[in-house]
Design a protein around this ligand. Structure first.
Ligand SMILES: [Mg+2]
Length: 270
């Protein structure tokens, strides 16, 4: 009896060897040639190298133009899905704007010319002040109030990861069913429950400019996995970028530089 290949039953983004990563690339390249792609891109660790703090990232010359041309050639079927607030993403990619989901879907902008909508309910002021107290008690932990969510960055003090998670887990217990914790690259975020990059991708993919195309999500972080699975559930693709979360052997890309070189090639094909 033929043994069932476990890859027949698991999401393609859970595949874990180099050959499969390369096969994904070839399949998606074909979709670009056929002009069938709806492209969803994370920013940090995917388009940009991760920096010590979110404000010190380096934006390669020509990145914004590359994205703008790709978006135009895909007839607007390109969106940013990031943990950053959309206004911050806009600053990094100026002068261009794109359809976007920020703060893991807590904010959305349905088209490049649309307005930014905050979808999450306002945070309890007491919770905000408790989070500030926690950050103050852990020197090196940087609190970032994103409006739709609150992030605690511990890149400067990675040894504080476990106590930080434990403290935040205990805190959200006081808000049963209301709050969730979302871990990322040297960051942990407190968000209202129900918001995720997967939900954001589903919402964006249902818009007219994305519909009838095949969703392709490229990301490097644990929070992107949900979006990979959302893309795959619609017959699309999740493409991993190697870094702190995914090894080179399981990823489709070795890092942001590889992603940009590949997108540059696709731009010439569509
Ligand atoms: Mg990322």
């Amino acid at each position: 009896m033929q043994q069932l290949n476990k890859n027949d039953t698991m999401p393609r983004s859970d595949w874990s060897n180099r050959e499969q990563g390369a096969a994904l690339r070839r399949e998606v390249e074909q979709l670009f040639s056929d002009d069938r792609v709806a492209l969803f891109l994370d920013i940090d660790g995917t388009l940009l190298d991760v920096a010590l703090t979110p404000l010190t990232v380096h934006v390669p010359l020509g990145l914004a133009e590359l994205l703008e041309t790709l978006s135009m050639r895909l007839s607007g079927a390109m969106a940013i899905i990031t943990g950053r607030p959309i206004a911050e993403a806009d600053k990094l990619l100026q002068p261009w704007k794109f359809a976007a989901a920020g703060v893991h879907g807590g904010e959305m902008r349905m088209s490049a010319t649309g307005t930014i909508q905050t979808l999450t309910p306002a945070f309890d002021p007491e919770l905000q002040s408790n989070l500030k107290t926690i950050a103050d008690a852990m020197p090196g932990v940087v609190l970032e109030d994103k409006g739709a969510g609150i992030a605690m960055h511990y890149r400067l003090v990675p040894n504080l990861r476990d106590p930080l998670f434990a403290t935040l887990e205990a805190l959200i217990q006081k808000y049963p069913g209301q709050l969730a914790i979302c871990g990322g690259r040297k960051v942990v975020e407190v968000l209202p429950v129900g918001f995720s990059k997967g939900r954001a991708l589903r919402k964006l993919a249902s818009l007219p400019q994305f519909a009838k195309r095949i969703p392709v999500m490229i990301g490097d972080d644990i929070s992107d996995i949900d979006a990979f699975h959302a893309a795959e559930a619609s017959g699309g693709y999740g493409m991993k970028v190697a870094g702190e979360n995914f090894s080179e052997s399981e990823a489709s890309f070795t890092g942001p530089r590889d992603v940009l070189a590949w997108l540059e090639k696709q731009r010439q094909h569509v």
